[in-house]
Design a protein around this ligand. Sequence first.
Ligand SMILES: Cc1cc2nc3c(=O)[nH]c(=O)nc-3n(C[C@H](O)[C@H](O)[C@H](O)COP(=O)(O)OP(=O)(O)OC[C@H]3O[C@@H](n4cnc5c(N)ncnc54)[C@H](O)[C@@H]3O)c2cc1C
Length: 433
Amino acid sequence: MKRYDGTDDSLWAATVSRRYAGTALAESLSCDVAIVGAGFTGMRAALDLVEAGARVAVVDAGGVGWGASGRNGGQVNPMLPVFEPNDLLKAVGATYFERLAEVSLGSADAAFDLIRKYQIDCDARQKGWLRVDHCPKARARSRRGAALWAEYGADFRYLDGDDLKRLSGSPLYESGILVPKGGAVQPLSLVCGLAYAAEARGARIFERTAVSKLERGPGGWTLHCGPHRIAAAQVILATNGYSGALRPDIARTMVSVTPIQMGTDTLPDGVLDSILPEGQTIADTRRVIMYSRREPQQRFVYGGASLMGFGGKPVGFETLRRDAERTFPQLKGAAWRWRWGGRIALTEDRLPRFMEPEPGLLSGLGYNGRGVAMSLAMGKSLAERALGKPAEDLPFPVVPTDPHAFKRLQEFGAGIAVIAMRAADAMERRAGR
Ligand SMILES: Cc1cc2nc3c(=O)[nH]c(=O)nc-3n(C[C@H](O)[C@H](O)[C@H](O)COP(=O)(O)OP(=O)(O)OC[C@H]3O[C@@H](n4cnc5c(N)ncnc54)[C@H](O)[C@@H]3O)c2cc1C
């Protein structure tokens, strides 16, 4: 089935600071680590590996940022989708709870530090993130979660009433939390910037190069890329929501869904004055999440879930437009010039997965829509493991591939689930639950 390539319909493609332009693999070669997938996960791993002196080749079937990394909402959010500390503790146990809490709470600072270190021009701004509650039950969870996470050093500030309404500019939300360490980037500029930084330090990057087969032999791994081969001691699969037939056992650990976004062109003076006036990004607590942000030149970006999350062009932009006008009535009649989407990976426990199914084969995926900051943290850990760090010292538990419960929920099921989740969100809001 043809997969939707919406990258070129995006505001990010129109405003990217310096798009990476590379060539396809034109000969066979060998390296220490071959990375499949040139998104945040793969490019961060590549950068750390070349900094450590490894010979690295990165290949992507599309190109740098072709996947979710070049198409996302660009919200840099230091929070796992598992909101209460106890839920995380139950899922991963005490040791990994401490490590994952530290990595996730520090992930936005780490992302902005990385951007500064490599001087990446990606419109980075750390002005905070608002996570607003769609119903009273969500409000109670936010208030409780903010207090509980404070014990672990998190700065999540519960807000309600006029304070919240003024910061969000939406009449729809009564409460939420402000996460001052959150922020925003131009995601395509960031992933291209990482690629240029990795390439300048010796990484070889090949666009329009799909890997059709992975083979393990006595000397390491062989990647089949059309007529050419890459021989590598180790392989990192950084294919997230685009994982597929290459390693079905890895692909089955997640369900791929397709969030979508729209962007306006420059809006008339005054339209955006009351929306997110202090420059925070915003997302809500619905299952079918809303996320949006202001852009330079009086532009606005609004995102949500696609109605159907399977291959082919996503639908649902008209529903999204109505949702945008309900959330921000100031946007009534705005012309939405850009419309695009991409694929993300959801996992059953909503936690990222670090996998090592065979010696020398590593994979990290499953950020559940919070992948800008966390995929960079995952890329760092994948590089550390490839460089020899013991698995038990990583912040992510190394988990098996091919869980049984999740593999039956295929993409069609995920599309149906979006409809069911949207109905549940609406019921909760109407019932004031
Ligand atoms: C519309 C949208 C909005 C989002 N908004 C946010 C947000 O605001 N904040 C946030 O934190 N997260 C957000 N996310 C999630 C975030 O973008 C992802 O979690 C993150 O980019 C994943 O990065 P990655 O490098 O792991 O995967 P990707 O960037 O998806 O890269 C995977 C790459 O693998 C390549 N590939 C797959 N198979 C092969 C093969 N066989 N051979 C060669 N190449 C292959 C693909 O071409 C693709 O480029 C959003 C995602 C989307 C789609």
